[in-house]
Design a protein around this ligand. Structure first.
Ligand SMILES: [Zn+2]
Length: 372
């Protein structure tokens, strides 16, 4: 992947280039941030740039044999480790075809998409301890091409402490000319001893401008459509794509949201439980998107109250609803709404009981909505 193929993040790209060109490179790095911000693509850029035989000071060339191999995911000196299902025969190597296939289609990858691909929907994939032995073995071998070696560990937070501990030493003292790039979403779940041995690079959300110009160009959207998707997604490319793909569902989310807010406002407990029952039957992806949609509506309400309706990014129907609803979201409860819904999103991903989760969410909403 070339730097030009990664959306935004010019400062981080410049930092990577500077390090590699000066030869003063940290041996272990950790890109942390949401998958949709582009953590994995940045790691892939690092590998391609360091190995490119004809790099300029701006980018890898994309055409030399080395770039081609990195782009085809078959460079012998670039290794990948990623979570796999719990079947004991599963390992990064055994799933390499799925991995390369996915990165070829879209290197902006998150764990829930990956779980679907490897058919591990009900069990959270993990990086198994056996991978650590494999890594240590691979990195101890001489590089095939005589140049640097790169190891990318994707979703490093899925390593258990056993595999993390095994890796510590090699992260601390990697073999010569070997670079380890850890990629994670949830840095707090990475062993502290691993964290402290890496150079941490926080990958922030993609800027509104960068994301909307990319969407305009790549999806041939109008400026307004692209800006809407970029605003909705809060700089998360994967959410922006979801937003564009689920256009047809948005009126359903809107109705569900309006219903939830009305029932909670009226303290209609039976209605709330029915609503939660119905939500629990939706597929997990839709449940997650409903949460993202709700967060969007809360933010738009705040926008309407404090900044002015001209800054809102909503449809006409949504605007109509928000006219009456927005006053119920204020500085007194927005933080609670945000934290509670964020939390729900996190737990849906980890297979919480949906019925209980959505019932609780209604009760919490009922409490917060009355303290605006
Ligand atoms: Zn090249």
């Amino acid at each position: 992947m070339k730097f030009t193929d990664v959306i935004g993040h010019e400062t981080i790209k410049a930092q990577i280039r500077k390090e590699i060109l000066s030869g003063n490179i940290a041996h272990a790095k950790m890109f942390h941030g949401k998958s949709g911000y582009g953590t994995l693509p940045l790691a892939l850029c690092f590998a391609q740039f360091i190995l490119c035989e004809q790099k300029t000071d701006q980018d890898s060339c994309g055409v030399c044999p080395s770039c081609k191999r990195v782009q085809d995911f078959n460079h012998p000196d670039v290794h990948y480790v990623y979570p796999t299902g719990r079947q004991s025969q599963d390992s990064s190597i055994s799933l390499i075809k799925e991995w390369c296939g996915q990165l070829n289609t879209n290197p902006y990858l998150d764990l829930s998409t990956w779980s679907d691909i490897i058919d591990s929907k009900n069990i959270r994939p993990i990086i198994r301890a056996a991978e650590s032995d494999e890594i240590i073995h691979k990195l101890s071998l001489k590089s095939y091409e005589g140049g640097p070696k790169v190891l990318i560990i994707w979703m490093a937070e899925t390593m258990n402490s056993f595999s993390s501990n095994k890796l510590l030493k090699i992260i601390e003292e990697p073999p010569r000319d070997t670079y380890i790039i850890l990629v994670c979403e949830d840095i707090e779940n990475v062993l502290v001893t691993i964290q402290s041995r890496t150079q941490k690079i926080n990958v922030p959300r993609i800027s509104q401008d960068d994301l909307s110009s990319f969407l305009m160009h790549d999806f041939q959207l109008s400026r307004a459509e692209a800006e809407n998707a970029a605003t909705f997604s809060e700089g998360d490319y994967l959410v922006a794509i979801d937003y564009l793909n689920t256009n047809e569902y948005r009126s359903i989310y809107r109705d569900q949201f309006i219903q939830m807010m009305r029932l909670s406002y009226k303290k209609d407990v039976i209605g709330m439980m029915d609503w939660a029952d119905k939500m629990a039957t939706e597929p997990k992806e839709r449940q997650k998107f409903y949460i993202v949609y709700s967060l969007h509506m809360f933010r738009q309400s705040i926008m309407a109250n404090y900044i002015g309706p001209e800054m809102m990014r909503v449809s006409d129907e949504e605007e109509k609803f928000l006219k009456n609803f927005a006053p119920f979201i204020s500085g007194n409860n927005i933080r609670e709404f945000q934290e509670t819904f964020d939390d729900a999103h996190y737990h849906i991903d980890r297979n919480a009981n949906a019925k209980i989760l959505f019932t609780q969410l209604c009760f919490q909403t009922m409490r917060y909505i009355h303290v605006a």
